[in-house]
Write a protein that binds this ligand. Structure first.
Ligand code: SER
Length: 610
C-alpha cells in the first residue's frame, strides 16, 4: 500500500463517519511565535480544542506534514524520523473514547487489513487526581482484545501534551490521557538484542513493537496552582504516522525499507557504492535529513544561524557528514528522488525544485569552505613548510592534532568534535573534554581573560575592534538581510578582518549604510554585557554566531544595548569576549577595503578608534 493509498483510505473513511477535511497547515507556523515548526496535527487546532467554534464543525480530519527537531538524535534506528506525515482526526466535544477507539480499530483491521493478533494497546494508569482510564480498557475488551495485549502505563508514557507529562505542562497548556496502538513485528529483534531472559512489552525500544496511532482524550488544562482542570468539552485528538502505518501494512520492521523510503536507500547505495546492509544508520540519517531539509526549504527557510534556519543548517550538515563518510559526493539524485516520492501529495516540491536544490548545494559549498578553512589552519600548524599550500596533498601525513588545536577548530570554526574527526584528525578526547569544561568554567566565572578566538591579543585597540565586529555583523544583517552571517574574523590592534557569506560585492551605498549604522551605535554609547544562557534560550532570542548545541548546555551571549520591546538588544551574539563596556569606547569605525575570497564569502577590512 502506498502512502497515497493510506492517506486516501483514511480521509475517505472519516468523511464517511461525518468528518470534514481541513487543509494541511504550513510546516512553519505563521502566527505562532512560540514554536518553530508544526510538530503535530493538533497544533493549529488548540483554540478549538479549548472551545472556540471551528468553521468546519466538530468532527475534523486531515493529513499534516510535521517536523520534530527534538527527535534528530533518535534518527538512525528502524523507526524514527524528524519529518513525517500525520493522519489526524478530531472530535471537538462531539464523540469521545468509545467511538474513537471503534473508529481506529475498524480502520486498522478492515480498511488496512491488519491482523488483530499483531495489535497491542496501552492505556493510562492514573496520575494524581486523574483516574485510571478504565473506560478505554472496557472498550478494548469489548472490541475483542486479549488481556495480554493490553498494557497500562503511567503519565510518562500515556499522557499527551505538547510539553510532555502534567508536570512539564506550562500554565494554560492542554493535555490528557491517551491510548496507543502498537504493531508487533515478532520477537526476533528483541531476542537478538537482549536475549530471551529480558521481558519485552510495547514500550520496549528493541524495535519489536511500533506505535502506529495515538488517541488522546484531550480533556484537561493546567492551572496556575499546578492542578489540572477539566475543559468545557471532552475532545479527541488522534494522530498516526503514515510512514509507520505503511511499515505495518507491509510487515516491514524497518520503515526505511518500505515502499516510501526503500528507493531512497537504493539511490544512496548507487551514489556511494555501498550496501544498505552494514551502513543502515548512515543511510537512514541521510534519507531523513534531506527529506526534512527539502520540506523546510519549500517553506521559504534558508540555512542560517538562527531559529528554523539553524535547524535546517544542522540537518543539511549532518546529512552531508554521513553522505561524505560513505563516499558520496553528488547530492542531486537524492533530491530528485525525494521530489519524485512526494510529488503526488506535495506538488510544491516540484514547483520549487530548483530553489530547493540550489539552497542545499550552496550550503554544501559553504560547509566545504568552513571545512577547508579548518584544514588550512591545521596545515599551517603542522606542515614542515609552515604555510598554506597544496592542502590536500600535504595534509595526508597529519592525523594526530593537539587537543588545543581541536578546540580552536571548535570555537572559531564552529566544528563539532565529530566533524573534526570526520576530517581525518584525531586528538585526545579527554584533554578536549577537559578544555571544554575549563572553558565553561571560565565563562561562568565571568573572568576577564578569555580564549582569544579571532583576537591577536588583548590590547585596548583589539578589544575595541572586537566589539566593533559584533556591531558590524549585525549592521551587515540589517543592510543585506538575515541570511548573512560571519564565517571568520581576525582582529589585531591595526585592523579588523571580517569574513561573511554574501554572493555579491557590496555597493558603495551599502558600505556607507553599514558604516553609518556602526557609527550611530558607537555614538549612542550602548552598554555591553554578557549573560550565560541555556542554548535553547539563546536561540529563541535569536542570538547569532556559530554554536553547536551539543557540547555546552549554557552559552555565553554578549549583548550590545538595552533590551528593546521585542526583548532583544541591538546585538546578541555567541562569544567568549572580551569586549569594551560601552560602545563609545570604540570612538569611530571605517571600512577600508572589501575583497571576494571565493565560494560566496566576502572579506571586509576596517579600522576603529581613529
Ligand atoms: N497530538 C497527538 C500526537 O501528536 C495525537 O494527535 O501524538
Amino acid at each position: 500500500m502506498t502512502a497515497r493509498d493510506i492517506v486516501e483510505k483514511y480521509i475517505a473513511f472519516f468523511e464517511k463517519k461525518g468528518h470534514r477535511r481541513i487543509p494541511n497547515a504550513p510546516l512553519v507556523p505563521q502566527n505562532d511565535p512560540t514554536t518553530l515548526f508544526t510538530s503535530s496535527g493538533m497544533q493549529p487546532l488548540v483554540p478549538y480544542l479549548l472551545g472556540e467554534e471551528h468553521p468546519m464543525g466538530k468532527k475534523l480530519v486531515n493529513v499534516q506534514n510535521c517536523f520534530r527537531a527534538q527527535d534528530i538524535d533518535e534518527v538512525g534506528d528502524n523507526r524514527h524520523t524528524t519529518f513525517f506525515r500525520m493522519l489526524g482526526n478530531w472530535s471537538l466535544g462531539a464523540y469521545f473514547k468509545e467511538e474513537q477507539l471503534h473508529f481506529f480499530w475498524e480502520f486498522l483491521t478492515k480498511e488496512l487489513g491488519l491482523s488483530k493478533e499483531r495489535l497491542y494497546v496501552s492505556i493510562f494508569n492514573g496520575y494524581k487526581g486523574v483516574p485510571k482510564d478504565v473506560g478505554s480498557h472496557k472498550v478494548w475488551k469489548d472490541l475483542g482484545l486479549q488481556e495480554d495485549h493490553i498494557f497500562f502505563y503511567g503519565a510518562d508514557k500515556n499522557w499527551w501534551s505538547r510539553a510532555g507529562t502534567p508536570e512539564q505542562m506550562p500554565i494554560g497548556e492542554i493535555g490528557g490521557p491517551d491510548s496507543e496502538v502498537f504493531y508487533d513485528f515478532g520477537v526476533l529483534l528483541h531476542d537478538l538484542r537482549y536475549g530471551k531472559e529480558k521481558e519485552c512489552d510495547p514500550n520496549c525500544d528493541c524495535g519489536r513493537f511500533l506505535e502506529i496511532g495515538n488517541s488522546v482524550f484531550m480533556q484537561y488544562q493546567k492551572q496556575e496552582d499546578g492542578s489540572l482542570k477539566e475543559l468545557s468539552q471532552r475532545n479527541v485528538d488522534f494522530g498516526g504516522g503514515v510512514e509507520r502505518l505503511i511499515a505495518a501494512t507491509e510487515d516491514q520492521q524497518d520503515i526505511f525499507q518500505t515502499d516510501l523510503f526503500g528507493s531512497m536507500a537504493q539511490t544512496i547505495e548507487l551514489l556511494t557504492n555501498k550496501k544498505y546492509e552494514g551502513n543502515k544508520k548512515e543511510m537512514r540519517i541521510i534519507t531523513d535529513h534531506f527529506i526534512a531539509s527539502v520540506f523546510i526549504i519549500s517553506q521559504g527557510i534558508i540555512p542560517s544561524n538562527k531559529e528554523q534556519g539553524y535547524i535546517l543548517r544542522r540537518l543539511i550538515r549532518r546529512g552531508l557528514d554521513h553522505f561524505d563518510k560513505l563516499g558520496g559526493a553528488d547530492l542531486t539524485p537524492i533530491l530528485e528522488k525525494i521530489v519524485e516520492q512526494y510529488k503526488d501529495t506535495d506538488k510544491v516540491l516540484t514547483d520549487k525544485f530548483e530553489e530547493i536544490k540550489n539552497t542545499i548545494l550552496e550550503e554544501q559549498q559553504r560547509y566545504n569552505q568552513t571545512l577547508q578553512t579548518a584544514k588550512h589552519f591545521i596545515f599551517k600548524k603542522y606542515s614542515p613548510r609552515g604555510e598554506a599550500g597544496k592542502v590536500g596533498d600535504e595534509l595526508k601525513g597529519v592525523t594526530e592534532i593537539s587537543a588545543d588545536d581541536a578546540f580552536i577548530l571548535y570555537t572559531t570554526h564552529g566544528l563539532s568534535p565529530t566533524q573534526i574527526k570526520s576530517l581525518g584528525f584525531v586528538f585526545n578526547n579527554q584533554e578536549f573534554a577537559e578544555k571544554m569544561k575549563a572553558h565553561q568554567n571560565i565563562s561562568r566565572a565571568g573572568a576577564k581573560k578569555k580564549f582569544a578566538g579571532g583576537l591577536a591579543d588583548h590590547s585596548e585597540k583589539t578589544i575595541m575592534g572586537h566589539t566593533a565586529t559584533h556591531l558590524l555583523h549585525q549592521a551587515l544583517r540589517d543592510v543585506l538581510g538575515n541570511h548573512v552571517f560571519q564565517t571568520g574574523s581576525n582582529i589585531t590592534s591595526e585592523r579588523i578582518r571580517f569574513d561573511f557569506n554574501y554572493e555579491k560585492a557590496l555597493t558603495p551605498d551599502e558600505i556607507k549604510k553599514v558604516e553609518n549604522i556602526v557609527n550611530e551605535k558607537i555614538l549612542e554609547n550602548l552598554p555591553v554585557h554578557f549573560e550565560m544562557l541555556p542554548l535553547k534560550k539563546a536561540k529563541e532570542i535569536g542570538a547569532i554566531g556559530l554554536f553547536d548545541g551539543k557540547y555546552e548546555e549554557k552559552v555565553k551571549i554578549y549583548f550590545i544595548g538595552p533590551s528593546t520591546s521585542s526583548g532583544r538588544p541591538y546585538s546578541a551574539e555567541f562569544c567568549g569576549g572580551p569586549h569594551v563596556s560601552f560602545t563609545s569606547e570604540i570612538k569611530s569605525f571605517r571600512i577600508i577595503k572589501q575583497e571576494n575570497i571565493g565560494k560566496g564569502v566576502r572579506r571586509i577590512y576596517s579600522k576603529v578608534g581613529e
